[in-house]
Write a protein that binds this ligand. Structure first.
Ligand code: GCO
Ligand code: MG
Length: 405
């Protein structure tokens, strides 16, 4: 299975995705996701100029050796661009191995630990009532877990709530420069408890609830929020404070029993080592695309299991259906799987480019049995949707200070 060709394609079927295609001498190919939101061309260039030439002539079956070669071999280890490239290569090679073996990737990992994969949906709204109306739609569809995000009264445009996220796919056609959004911790903390109180009053205690703070609180504020939300029994509180300093979570942990989730921006097992080892978190949210592919996730998952930390992979719209497929195979295998974030498989436009054999029933993903990852990429269709520069918003305090988003 000698690698003969490596192609990198960036396209924007509604939002930007960087896709890697590895083709072997006999024509078998595998695909991987290398999307880094807002920095797509950096990883595209890195892959094309620095990684692809090193892959030609290698044996596609040597997944572990190629992973080590791209990780240890570069000297400049880790980092989002480098690790997204490693991840894309890794996913593509698992895809090839599955196709050659005639097995879905989860079988190569050791087989299923469960029949289907539990997901959580996103309910967002400009008011508490609208958020809960959206939640009702998901409850009716059979989702067992729902993330609630509500705009903060008196603030114009809370990230993750209004405008482009209403349809949830977070389309990228209107942000050629980073939009700026205001943030007030006081206003946020005054509003958030009401959302979860109202959700429990309206939907009872069985449905699982989660919330993403987007790292906007200091550790002591996050601790206060945790205590405030304890009565509403959240499944987890995500990114309560910034992820760089793992010890932040030691402080939060000392004050609250709310389950904590973190890690969507982490690139390696080292980024989450102290958090896991010290049991400062309950869910590790590393994504296949950003933390070294299937090989990276598998290592993190096994390490986390020793410390009772479960997995809850990032599943935002900037992770392509290829990443989603890779994660679905890891999710169904991982003995310590917790929950998978889910925002829909795609849109009508992105479905022209990506096809997938996974499906969802009552909030549970039915993982594909197709050999490989069970996802495909149509290069011709992608050519109709060229890259479109687009940025995530940045956040400022009301006095203008740049803030964590
Ligand atoms: C989530 C995330 C996303 C990110 C986005 C950044 O939990 O789904 O926080 O919405 O903001 O993936 O690129
Ligand atoms: Mg998040």
């Amino acid at each position: 299975m000698i690698i003969k060709d490596v192609r990198v394609i960036t396209c924007c079927p509604g939002r930007n995705f960087v896709t890697l295609k590895i083709i072997t001498e006999d024509g078998t190919y595998g695909i991987g996701d290398a999307t880094v939101n807002g920095r797509e061309l950096a990883v595209e260039t890195y892959l094309r100029e620095h990684v692809a030439p090193c892959l030609i002539g290698r044996n596609a079956h040597d997944i572990e050796d190629i992973w080590q070669y791209l990780y240890r071999g570069v000297y400049w280890r880790r980092g989002p661009i480098n690790m997204a490239a490693v991840a894309a290569v890794d996913m593509a090679l698992w895809d090839i191995k599955g196709k050659v073996a005639g097995m879905p990737v989860y079988q190569l990992l050791g087989g299923k630990s469960r029949q289907s994969v539990m997901t959580y949906a996103h309910a967002n709204g400009d008011t508490i009532e609208n958020t809960l109306d959206m939640m009702e739609g998901f409850v009716k569809q059979g989702f067992k877990a729902i993330r609630l995000q509500c705009a903060v009264p008196g603030m114009d445009g809370t990230y993750g709530i209004l405008g482009e996220k209403k349809d949830y796919f977070e389309m990228q056609n209107s942000r050629p420069l980073p939009p700026e959004q205001p943030w007030s911790t006081t206003k946020y903390l005054n509003n958030i408890e009401g959302l979860f109180r109202a959700a429990r009053e309206r939907f009872g205690d069985e449905i699982e609830l989660m919330h993403d703070v987007h790292s906007r609180l200091t550790p002591i504020e996050a601790a206060r929020l945790g205590k405030m939300l304890e009565p509403y029994n959240l499944f987890f509180l995500e990114d309560a404070s910034i992820a760089e300093n793992q010890e932040n979570y030691k402080l939060i942990r000392q004050h609250t029993t709310i389950p904590l989730a973190l890690g969507e921006t982490y690139n390696t097992i080292w980024d989450c080592k102290d958090l896991i080892q010290n049991q400062w978190i309950d869910y590790i949210r590393t994504a296949a695309t950003h933390a070294g592919g299937i090989t990276g996730l598998r290592r993190i998952s096994d390490f986390a299991a020793i410390y009772n930390v479960r997995t809850a992979p990032h599943g935002a719209p900037d992770l392509s259906p290829i990443c989603f497929a890779a994660q679905a195979h890891v999710d169904i295998w991982a003995p310590n799987f917790g929950i998978q974030e889910f925002v829909g498989f795609g849109t009508e436009t992105s479905d022209e480019v990506f096809s997938y054999d996974h499906s969802i029933k009552k909030g549970m993903i039915q993982v594909s049995d197709t050999p490989g990852l069970g996802v495909d990429f149509n290069e011709e269709a992608a050519a109709d949707y060229p890259y479109n520069r687009s940025y995530l918003p940045v956040s400022r305090l009301e006095d203008g200070t740049l803030w964590h988003w």
